[in-house]
Write a protein that binds this ligand. Structure first.
Ligand code: NAD
Ligand code: TYD
Length: 338
């Protein structure tokens, strides 16, 4: 029987990479519901949108009637919830949309999943719910949730709701907590694409604080493979950490990008630190590696070079994102009726 999966937020960075990776499989039908916020770009999917096993619905995961209609009409049997407000700095400026989408939107999906007896509900969460590490140690699935930013607090709240729906109603849920992703189609508000695009235009590269905060970087394709594996084989009610095994300080990343691009380090500009800036994230991925035999395929240095090459080879995508022109795509493609 074909798997009919509702992907939420599929026009964003990770969701679009996930759809591209799995839409080629004839046993999978994908319905992508996306509100097309500033982070949603249908141009990310222009190469696969004609496929007969792909369908797009424009709307919010918080729209109860639309969510129920979509699940019913397409006879959805699994949900993967990527949709979110995802940028920490934006959550510091205004946290309300993070609560609306990440918390209330997830709750709407959970209620619909219950009503329609969905076989599997996968919540795409983040390692940021664990808070910040000191110089030593790794986040395991047992690490207490202790978020520090409005973004991570909203993701942690959603995780608690997902867990509660499993415990209370027996909903077959799984939660994934992944480290920082990089790769093609990432919106240039996040560290790596922002630095690439700024360097290409010889603009300053703003590094927060002392540049020594550490993130664990994973290629988006490795994350997507892990998500599908957990969706298909994860144990109901469980949490799975996913890491890249590639801890780097921010300044190391910025210098590496400059050297790949052949640009001078004089472009680096240390700026005021992010308030509440988590010092270090690092993931213990032993559970998914041993129980589901997942392994990352893309080594960091190779992945980062491929990513730079992708941005260099995609000037149209970069221009439309810079100019905001990508937001016209929906009207061009689907007409002005919505
Ligand atoms: P993104 O910001 O690139 O994309 C988010 C997508 O969700 C966009 O297409 C946007 O239009 C859509 N969206 C926003 N609000 C919506 C709503 N109310 N209804 C429907 N769609 C809505 O984010 P991303 O980087 O692709 O992250 C995807 C998921 O992965 C998020 O849940 C995020 O918390 C999680 N995550 C991200 C990272 C990372 O490094 N980017 C790491 C771990 C986990
Ligand atoms: P980001 O890509 O926003 O991911 P997150 O905050 O979710 O980890 O930032 C990654 C790291 O890079 C984080 O420590 C903040 C830092 N950073 C900068 O130094 N300058 C920037 O302009 C941005 C966007 C991030």
């Amino acid at each position: 029987m074909a798997e009919r999966i509702l992907i939420t937020g599929g026009a964003g960075f990770i969701g679009s990479n996930f759809i591209r990776k799995f839409i080629g499989r004839p046993d999978i039908e994908i319905v992508n519901i996306d509100a097309l916020t500033y982070a949603g770009n249908l141009g990310n999917l222009s190469d696969i949108e004609h496929q007969t096993n792909y369908h797009f619905v424009k709307g919010s995961i918080g729209d109860e009637a639309l969510v129920r209609k979509t699940i019913g009409d397409y006879e959805i049997n699994g949900i993967i919830n990527f949709a979110a407000e995802s940028h920490v700095d934006r959550s510091i400026l205004n946290s309300k949309p993070f609560i609306d989408t990440n918390v209330a939107g997830t709750l709407t999906l959970l209620d619909a999943a219950r009503e329609f007896n969905i076989n599997r509900f996968l919540q795409v969460s983040t390692d940021e719910v664990y808070g910040s590490l000191g110089a030593d140690g790794l986040f395991t699935e047992e690490t207490p949730v202790s978020p520090n930013s409005p973004y991570s607090a909203s993701k942690a709240s959603a995780d608690h709701l997902v867990q509660a729906y499993h415990e209370t109603y027996g909903l077959p849920t799984v939660i994934t907590r992944c480290s920082n992703n990089y790769g093609p189609f990432q919106f240039p508000e996040k560290l790596i694409p922002l630095m690439i695009l700024n360097a290409l235009e010889d603009k300053d590269l703003p590094v927060y604080g002392d540049g020594l905060n550490v993130r664990d970087w994973i290629h988006v394709e490795d994350h997507c493979e892990a998500i599908y594996l957990i969706f298909a084989q994860g144990r109901d009610g469980d949490v799975y950490n996913i890491g890249g095994n590639a801890e780097r300080t921010n300044i190391e990343i910025v210098k590496l990008l400059l050297s790949i691009l052949g640009k001078p380090e004089s472009l680096i500009k240390f700026v005021k630190d992010r308030p509440g800036h988590d010092r270090r994230y690092a993931i213990d991925s032993a559970k998914i590696e041993t129980t589901l035999r997942w392994n990352r395929r893309i080594a960091f240095e190779e992945g980062i070079r491929q990513t730079v090459d992708w941005y260099l080879a995609s000037p149209q995508w970069c221009d439309s994102v810079r100019s905001g022109g990508y937001m016209d795509y929906y009207t061009l493609q689907y007409g002005a009726s919505e």
